[in-house]
Design a protein around this ligand. Structure first.
Ligand SMILES: NC(=O)c1ccc[n+]([C@@H]2O[C@H](COP(=O)([O-])OP(=O)(O)OC[C@H]3O[C@@H](n4cnc5c(N)ncnc54)[C@H](OP(=O)(O)O)[C@@H]3O)[C@@H](O)[C@H]2O)c1
Length: 309
């Protein structure tokens, strides 16, 4: 009788979210994916996170679940910290107990947005919002547990599903005559599917190198000392630029439809409860150099997404 290697067990959180729904697809060929919903894995309750990990005993925990309501977080800091920090701490501790590795996601909002050049992973953080601070606290908590892990910091996530800027703009552009969109925040949109494909490629590469053995050393080597990587669409734009390009692509496909005009406004003209960084640009060289993944240009990704709508 030949010995069949045990299938890799992957615990995926947040599988109803933008990135999670894509991860369900991209991780499937790599092992058995467990994706308990909120009822069985409630990120607001660290005990529930621990119980789910003890039950599944995964080799990998992939965690795109997060409290992502940036403005609402200003009035719900306890919940934001419970989900974005405390649950991640629990995940890291449990991962250590069973020798699992964690893939976690974070955000450009850990930075203060000053300056005009793309951020590198070693740049000083300085979140301007509760959301950004809670996500940074999650990164730090995970590191403190000593768990083998990657953190992929991304920005402006969108895709064909979920609540995102692209779908909102395209809907409003059909309904209204004029849209006023912020033009002084600089960054890059990131396609949820590309993030999920990159994550699966990294996980697959680690598994191929580890061939069933421990992951800790491998992840340490891959990270080159630090497990934090920037992973955002290549190139840069503003929310205004993103909206203009999205509507232009949609207009190409629907010449008969009359879409709204788009006007650029300043952040000051569009006050929100949470402050947002003016500079969200991220330098993703480390991701391509160490992990072999070069992010797509945001315009190419957007064209693909719009073609799927
Ligand atoms: N969206 C962005 O623009 C953006 C930008 C930078 C970084 N990120 C980061 O990228 C990652 C993925 O973001 P995303 O856009 O995919 O987020 P999303 O679409 O808002 O999805 C969040 C996921 O987390 C789950 N979740 C929230 N609270 C939970 C709880 N208490 N218990 C269990 N599950 C819970 C949600 O479940 P329900 O469906 O049940 O609510 C959903 O599946 C996150 O770490 C986020 O911080 C996102």
């Amino acid at each position: 009788m030949t010995h069949q290697p045990e299938q890799v067990r992957i615990l995926l959180t947040g599988s109803t979210g933008q990135v999670g729904v894509e991860l369900l697809q991209t991780l499937a060929p790599l092992g058995v994916v467990y994706s308990p919903g909120r009822a069985r894995l409630d990120m607001a309750d660290a005990a529930s996170v621990r119980a789910a990990i003890r039950e599944v005993r995964p080799r990998w925990i992939v965690n795109p679940a997060a409290y992502t309501a940036v403005d609402k977080a200003e009035s719900e800091p306890e919940l934001a910290y419970a989900v974005n920090r405390d649950a991640v701490w629990a995940m890291g501790e449990e991962a250590c107990r069973i020798g699992a590795a964690v893939i976690h996601f974070s955000t450009d909002y850990v930075f203060d947005g000053k300056g005009t050049t793309p951020y590198v992973e070693t740049d000083a953080t300085g979140p301007m919002s509760v959301y950004g601070a809670s996500k940074l606290a999650g990164e730090q908590a995970l590191a403190e547990t000593g768990a083998a892990h990657f953190v992929f910091r991304t920005s402006w996530v969108y895709g064909t599903r979920g609540k995102n800027f692209l779908l909102t703009i395209l809907k409003l552009a059909r309904e209204r005559e004029l849209l006023r969109v912020v033009g002084d925040q600089h960054g890059a949109p990131t396609w949820s599917r590309e993030l999920a494909e990159m994550t699966a490629a990294v996980l697959g590469r680690c598994e191929a190198s580890a061939s069933g053995g421990p992951l800790e050393e491998l992840l340490r080597e891959g990270g080159g000392g630090s497990p934090v990587f920037h992973a955002a669409g290549a190139g840069e734009t503003t929310w205004y630029g993103f909206a203009v390009e999205a509507v232009r692509l949609m207009q190409e496909r629907n010449p008969e439809v009359r879409f709204a005009e788009i006007e650029s406004i300043t952040t000051a003209e569009y006050p929100t409860p949470a402050r947002r960084p003016g500079n969200s640009r991220m330098n993703c060289n480390k991701l391509s150099e160490r992990l072999g993944w070069r992010m797509m240009d945001w315009k190419d990704a957007l064209r693909e997404v719009v073609s799927e709508l």
